[in-house]
Design a protein. Structure first.
Length: 410
């Protein structure tokens, strides 16, 4: 009989979103007329920008013509897209990232999971708590942890709590770690990292020979001019960090699929015998062996995200979601709820009222207001007592949600 990867059996079986779904479905069966508003899962709601759709239409027509048809493209992405990314996302901010340090892919979820392929199994790994569950689960799957305890924390992982008590700034680990996942603007807390905070991490990584896995999926939501958009805005970061970016949340690509990973050429790890080894060439090898590139049509659409029209249309989307976030934030604050995030991010992270646990509050909000959010404890033990609301929704739904929310808690 074939052996399975036993590490998968340690996973807390997709607990969070299935459990939300189960509770919502059972509520809807009992209350078929209730108009439930979902502010739970972080998926965009607004349609793809016109500039992007037009570029995709044109690319489809190219594919329908023998002269301009394209088969396999470069695994790392077409030069036109890698160059546009390097220019608009990095060089325009004074960050010296070149096109060949960019690897185009079909999603940051995959990239943040797949990156573990090129790192040894014995690395000490740190995550913030609460955290985007993909980082934790992919470490479990690849055998980098022991079993989970009652609170859902896996043995062997270093958890760095981020709560109101530390202003959502993770403390440096007490004992050395090799890989550190940071996500800013943060999912789930909606908080951001200042230059000083990021500099501390870059300095830490340099001093300890660690690598930072920096997830900037929500970079486009940064409105505060003092907040870095890329970790490479910090001096020396190219020697210690990989950055993940996605078009999912800015350009509305959650269903279209395009993202990229930046692996600077200076970034080094070491072999088991202690020799320095270039990370860029390892990731290039992995990417080319296990991935065959993003569709030409999608890459042409993505390129249009950097056109003048595309940029303007994306800006309008971001402004729309951030206005939703503001309405949520201010509407909740006005009834005495402590609210975090929601300024440079599409997520509002709130302290549950009184002594309610995250799941108690989930049930109360569902029963009394027919609202669905995400219990903070689902993102990690330190998320207990918190709750996430997503600003990805229609304006009408956001306004209605705020009104209902206020009735429940006041
Ligand atoms: C949505 C999200 C992503 C983007 O994932 P894709 O696979 O590119 O859609 C990455 N990281 C975080 C933390 C996210 O919330």
């Amino acid at each position: 009989m074939a052996l399975i990867n036993d590490h998968y059996l340690k996973l807390k079986a997709g607990y969070l979103f299935p459990e939300i779904g189960r509770r919502v479905n059972s509520f809807c069966e009992e209350n078929p007329s209730a108009a439930v508003i979902k502010l739970g899962i972080g998926d965009v709601t607004e349609p793809l920008p016109a500039a992007i759709r037009e570029a995709m239409h044109a690319a489809i027509d190219e594919m329908g013509n023998r002269e301009t048809f394209r088969g396999y493209g470069p695994e790392q992405g077409y030069a036109f897209l890698r160059e546009a990314i390097a220019k608009h996302d990095f060089q325009s901010r004074g960050v010296d990232i070149s096109a060949d340090e960019i690897f185009v892919s079909d999603g940051s979820k995959c990239d943040t999971g797949n990156i573990l392929d090129i790192f040894g199994a014995d690395n000490k790994v740190a995550v913030t708590d609460p955290v985007y569950p993909v980082y934790v689960d992919t470490n479990v799957m690849t055998g980098r942890t022991g079993a989970a305890d009652e609170s859902g924390r896996y043995a062997g992982l270093t958890y760095l709590p981020v709560t109101a008590e530390n202003d959502f700034v993770p403390a440096l680990p007490e004992s050395p770690v090799d890989l550190i996942y940071l996500c800013y603007p943060n999912n789930p807390t909606g908080t951001v990292a200042t230059k000083e905070t990021l500099k501390q991490w870059v300095d830490y990584a340099k001093a300890n020979g660690s690598i930072i896995l920096f997830d900037a999926a929500y970079e486009a939501f940064i409105t505060d001019p003092e907040i870095p958009h890329s970790i490479y805005e910090i001096e020396g970061a190219k020697e210690v960090a990989i950055e993940f970016r996605s078009f999912s949340k800015n350009a509305g690509f959650t269903g279209t699929r395009c993202a990229f990973t930046v692996v600077p050429k200076q970034l080094m790890g070491k072999t088991a015998s202690g020799e320095p080894a270039e990370i860029h060439s390892l990731w290039n090898r992995r990417h080319c062996t296990k991935f065959n590139g993003v569709s030409y049509i999608i890459q042409k659409g993505t390129e249009a995200a950097y056109s003048e029209q595309g940029k303007q249309q994306i800006k309008e989307l971001i402004t729309f979601y951030l206005e939703n976030a503001r309405l949520l934030r201010e509407g909740l604050e006005s009834v005495g709820i402590s609210v975090y995030g929601g300024v440079n991010a599409p997520y509002v992270w709130l302290k549950t009222p009184g002594e309610s646990t995250s799941w108690d509050f989930f049930d109360e909000l569902l029963q009394k207001a027919h609202l669905v959010g995400t219990p903070g404890s689902g993102f990690g033990a330190s998320g207990e007592g918190y709750f996430r609301l997503s600003a990805f929704n229609s304006r009408d739904n956001i306004n209605e949600a705020v009104t209902r929310f206020q009735k429940v808690v006041s």
